[in-house]
Design a protein around this ligand. Structure first.
Ligand code: NAD
Length: 293
């Protein structure tokens, strides 16, 4: 078995060091406020991780727990507070359309998660942090081919993403397809393909519905990224290509125990990279606020 397991801690180390250095040398105190209005174990864990990493890097992090009915007012107050540079809300809150509404109540100049920009992540300054973290992971393990020109570095790669949520799977598929990959985007209902066409003849990706089944795309996928929020969901290793790159961002392990028998690289979690991207976004917003205030 020659699978290499790579931990998020290793991938995020250089970003964390850079953040620490910058914050120390500039003698600044960026402040992030997190709102927790649920009892979701994944959200609580994410909040704890955020607190620990912020402390290490020199960012002030304050966790505010509140009732979900009070959340909108609390966000409005934080929007007006010049001492707060970034706001993160731990989802799910209502588990329905109200969560999308809440995302838009965070002022865009304080939106560290980049959730205002999910429709057009390519054009924006603050890229949604989980998709951005996965791009950084793919660069770290050289799935992005540095010999090719910028914007085409995933040309020739077939990537399957099992998750098409508005905050992770869909913007991620768009980012990877715009960098030249052929991306199969799987959700509970169907499989879509995001692609710039043969020879990358299109400048921007197109999205098409397909009638493909998971059994047909897994054996041809160079990279498989999973984000199914269900403990019982496991991708059958037997269907995977020999040497596949397997990345899981779900709070639950979406791969079977024998994944290392088929994968060349296995990344079991990415949380630490996401938090590093969140902190990077916070610094950008801090600088933006300095300029406009
Ligand atoms: P979500 O519920 O909004 O979306 C889940 C997606 O999975 C949907 O597209 C759904 O159609 C798809 N899905 C569900 N069951 C499926 C099945 N059987 N087959 C195919 N597709 C299926 O969730 P989300 O906000 O995208 O989060 C997903 C997971 O990722 C959660 O466990 C969350 O905690 C985790 N997460 C991790 C990070 C991180 O940085 N590590 C960041 C965000 C979310």
């Amino acid at each position: 078995m020659s699978c290499k397991t790579i931990l998020a801690k290793e991938i995020s180390a250089s970003y964390r060091e850079e953040l620490k250095k910058t914050i120390k040398s500039r003698e600044i105190k960026p402040k992030l406020v997190g709102f927790l209005a649920n009892e979701d174990p994944a959200a609580i864990k994410y909040a704890k991780f955020t607190s620990k990493t912020c402390e290490e890097t020199g960012i002030i992090f304050e966790l505010r727990k509140c009732n979900r009915e009070e959340l909108e007012d609390q966000i409005a107050k934080a929007n007006e507070d010049d001492g707060i540079h970034g706001i993160i809300v731990y989802y799910p809150v209502f588990k329905n359309h109200r969560d999308q509404y809440l995302q838009n109540t965070v002022r865009s100049s304080k939106d560290v998660e980049g959730l205002h920009n999910i429709q057009f992540p390519i054009k924006n300054y603050i890229i949604p942090c989980t998709p951005l973290a996965i791009v950084k992971v793919l660069k770290y393990i050289k799935v992005y081919n540095p010999v090719l020109s910028h914007g085409n570095r995933l040309y020739g790669r077939v990537i399957t993403i099992i998750n098409r949520s508005e905050i992770v799977g869909r913007p991620l598929a768009a980012l990877l397809a715009n960098d030249g990959g052929k991306v199969y985007s799987v959700d509970i209902n169907n499989i879509q393909v995001f692609y710039r066409g043969t020879g990358l003849k299109l400048k921007k990706h197109e999205v098409q519905d397909t009638n493909l089944k998971l059994e047909e795309i897994l054996p041809i996928s160079d990279v498989l990224i999973t984000g199914v929020p269900t403990p019982s969901y496991k991708v059958p290793t037997v269907l995977l290509r020999d040497g596949v790159v397997a990345i899981n961002f779900s709070a639950f392990k979406n791969f079977e125990d024998n994944i290392k028998e088929k994968a060349s690289i296995y990344i079991p979690t990415i949380g630490k990279v996401t938090i590093a991207m969140l902190e990077r976004n916070l610094l950008r917003l801090y600088d933006y606020q300095l300029k406009v205030n």
